[in-house]
Design a protein. Sequence first.
Length: 199
Amino acid sequence: MLMQQAAERVWLLGASTGGLSAVKQFLSAVPVSKEVAFIYVQHIDNQQVDILMRMIETQTGWPARHATTGQLIEPGTVTLVSPQYETRLCRRGWMLRFDSPWQGQYAPSIDSLALGLALRYKHNSGLIIFTGMGDDGVKGCQTIVDRGGRVWVQDPAECTAPAMPSAVVGIGKADFVGSVAQLAERICMETHQMEACSQ
């Protein structure tokens, strides 16, 4: 039996209205790499989760899986968080999914997942806020930055719904603001550098 390997660097992708298209474009432009893993938090109806899973795997090439209790965030994967069940990332790096619904306004909650990510991965954590309504992610960005991680934001000018990225830009916590293509290019460059250093 193969042991799960925990990713050393993890980025949280947070999105709401218009996010399906933006995140698909982003992942399609980022080659699968063992140097990084993604946790994808999308405000979405539960009925659409399986469709989203298939879309990620067939249209981006990234292996996708549901977040389940005891599951480590493995390198080279996208972990999709359920909008139906509250889910957390524990300090040891594994997921914990409850049988109860999310508390608060947003399901799933970017802020909640960002807290666990920051506590576990510190400077090896990152959060990218894509298009969306509301302000989910603002507190999460603050937590990520406080622990030494980085925050990137999709340019509000190209967003279907600019409220979420604009809220993060407004608190001054974004390290980088760019188009989806620019976000993908930047993470590809960093991943390439990490791959070169590990050889």
